[in-house]
Design a protein around this ligand. Structure first.
Ligand code: F6R
Length: 629
């Protein structure tokens, strides 16, 4: 396969890295539109293979725009969807049939008879025959002209979980446990996620004339790198796209971040050695060689494709010291700045002291997971931290938890016939697990999260007066993957910013999947901050980014590393444990509360171990931040 540049020499699938998901979607949508138009000019049908999930949402939005604004017609289009959960009827809120209609088909002029989504209600005993018919239908339509794919964290395309052979066809398949976990948020908990699905096979996908795989967010970066650069393997079904002659991956920068040309570019060609790349390369080398930075030798550099870093002026000795000091300066026990100290080499300025710090948390508990230890430090060092919870987090409270709380409240007021808990309880009893929550239930669940939040923060000596519950309307009205914020949401954040006038803002979500809540909250706050440009307080405000447990920082990304003592780590974990309703639910739809705090604990301890291996001080744990300019 022809490579565009030497930097892509390890890539076995052409991969386009876009600035963001919207840019990539515009390009893919243009390709689809050109195909539709060229076929319709010659009176031919176009057969599109389509995917569901978060990833294609912006692509479908762009296709709808092309239909509405540019007159793109879908009358000559036939579609085949990749998959459907087994056991779900078309009208189930999480069925892919419904998803496709809500996200695309209802907004374009495709004739309903030209739409095909596998039937989730087909009986298991008839599934084999049904799937064979689905294959025949694709063939009878002339085969798929262009197949759109997302990719799961198991490397699946469609629902071709690990173990799917390259010649597999449409069939019923058992879902992988990671896939089930990733779907937990959509289904109000893992136990409600269907265990099986009908999916096109890898062979069905490979038979498409053109394949376009799209992926966004850091969560996908490992699997993208494996599929593009690793061997073809049944454990990552997307890797079989390497044998397709016309497949392209379109990814955003976060999803591309593990490709060698981005992650370790010096291994594939000459590089422009910017300071952050030098830090990355030297720390990588130190960890790879199992030697502290200050013990790296010239030959360590030359044997690892980094000889151009070593010159007569900059020997390994000089370089090692330079990078060591650079990393050393990220460490501070004073996240709010150290008063009365020389701050020329410190991550945060000494003055003013105390500082007003605004910690922005998309949902209750994100703040603690990402920076609970640092919050405690800010308190102990007599700063003025405030915590703003943008959303109520009500969607993450399982019905079972809400029922228990409603019963408890009712116990206290047995005689009050028309009390709120009684009516909520009635509604909860009447609703099935899959029905959407009524406004009243959402409200009730929001209260549960408020109570938990207050008691969690009390564990860190943070008084309720420091808490701002914004309960933004976009969340109250919305559903996971389909949130869209509005002007009123931005205004509410602007108002808060102007009220607090912070010296520091702590923020998360910059690299998340764009349809996930943290990313939406990041975009929203970003707009609010832009709205404040010109305000005096903003001139004197630093913005620090923190990360949620699913992904920790790399050494070269860190501007401030706050060591956490064993006692502080225990306090943080115990505070997290007050979010009891999250035992079986958590942000991102991931498993249980226990797994979440374990992940947080592990990330912060692993980072401390990395600093130790690099030859810096040995701490129990480290919470890290990047300065956002
Ligand atoms: C959906 C499908 C799956 C998804 C994948 C990624 O029809 O076939 O392979 O594309 O699970 O899901 P999201 O986009 O939600 O991350």
């Amino acid at each position: 396969m022809k490579q565009n540049s030497q930097y892509e020499q390890l890539e076995k699938i052409p991969t386009r890295i876009a600035r963001d998901a919207n840019e990539a979607c515009r390009e893919v949508a243009q390709e689809i539109a050109a195909l539709i138009r060229s076929k319709s000019d010659s009176n031919q049908k176009v057969v599109l293979g389509l995917a569901t999930g978060s990833t294609p949402v912006p692509l479908y939005r762009e296709l709808i725009r092309l239909h509405q604004e540019d007159g793109l017609s879908f009358k000559n289009v036939i579609t085949f969807n990749l998959d459907e959960y087994h056991g779900l009827s078309q009208k189930h809120p999480e069925s892919y049939w419904r998803f496709m209609h809500e996200q695309l088909f209802d907004h374009i002029d495709i004739p309903s008879g030209q739409v095909n989504v596998p039937d989730g209600k087909v009986a298991t005993s008839e599934a084999f025959e049904y799937c064979a018919t689905y294959e025949e239908k694709i063939e009878a339509a002339g085969g798929i002209d262009l197949q759109v794919l997302g990719i799961g964290r198991t490397g699946h395309i469609g629902f071709n979980e690990p173990g799917s052979p390259p010649d597999s066809l449409t069939r019923m398949i058992a879902l992988d446990s990671l896939t089930i976990r990733d779907a937990a948020a959509d289904f109000q908990g893992e136990r409600n996620v269907p265990r099986h699905a009908i999916t096109m096979g890898v062979g069905t996908i490979l038979a498409a004339k053109r394949v376009v795989l799209i992926a966004w967010g850091q969560n996908k970066s490992d699997v993208i790198a494996e599929a593009v650069e690793g061997p073809e393997t049944e454990s990552i079904s997307a890797s079989f796209l390497q044998r397709h002659s016309n497949a392209t991956f379109f990814v955003d920068q976060s999803a591309a971040s593990r490709l060698t040309r981005i992650d370790r570019p010096w291994l594939v060609g000459p590089v422009d050695w910017k300071p952050s790349l030098i830090r990355k390369a030297v720390s990588w080398l130190s960890l790879k060689q199992g030697k502290p930075i200050l013990k790296l030798l010239d030959e360590d550099y030359t044997e690892n494709g980094m000889s151009d870093l070593i010159t007569p002026r900059s020997t390994s000795y000089h370089l090692n010291i330079e990078v060591f000091n650079d990393i050393q300066r990220t460490i501070t026990g004073w996240p709010g700045g150290k008063p009365n100290a020389d701050d020329s080499q410190r991550p945060e300025r000494a003055n003013p002291h105390p500082k007003r710090a605004l910690i922005i948390s998309p949902e209750p508990d994100n703040d603690l997971l990402g920076m609970g230890g640092t919050l405690k430090r800010l308190m102990d060092q007599r700063h003025d931290p405030r915590i703003a919870y943008l959303t109520s987090g009500s969607l993450m409270v399982p019905d079972s938890e809400a029922k228990a709380m409603a019963e408890f409240a009712q116990e206290l007021q047995p005689e009050a016939d028309e009390s709120l808990p009684r009516s909520t309880l009635r509604q909860l009893e009447e609703k099935s697990e899959f029905d959407l929550d009524s406004a009243e239930i959402r409200d009730f669940k929001g209260h549960i999260r408020r109570v938990e939040t207050r008691s969690a923060l009390r564990r860190l000596d943070v008084q309720p007066k420091r808490i701002h519950f914004l309960d933004l309307a976009f969340y109250q009205k919305g559903r996971p993957r389909q949130f869209r914020f509005e002007e009123a949401d931005v205004s509410a954040v602007v108002e808060l910013l102007r009220e607090v006038q912070p010296h520091q803002i702590y923020l998360t979500g910059i690299e998340a999947d764009p349809s996930a809540l943290p990313a939406i909250c990041f975009a929203l706050v970003n707009q609010a901050i832009e709205r404040c440009s010109g305000d005096d307080w903003l001139e004197d405000c630093r913005i620090w980014l923190y990360r949620l447990p699913e992904r920790s920082w790399e050494i070269e990304e860190i501007d401030m590393a706050v060591p956490i003592s064993p006692k502080e780590l225990t306090d943080k974990i115990q505070a997290i444990y007050h979010h009891k309703s999250q035992r079986s639910q958590s942000p991102g739809g991931d498993v249980s509360l226990r797994e979440h705090w374990q992940q947080t604990e592990k990330n912060t301890q692993d980072l401390a171990a990395q600093y130790d291996h690099l030859g810096l001080a040995e701490y129990e744990a480290i919470e890290a931040f990047q300065r956002w300019r």
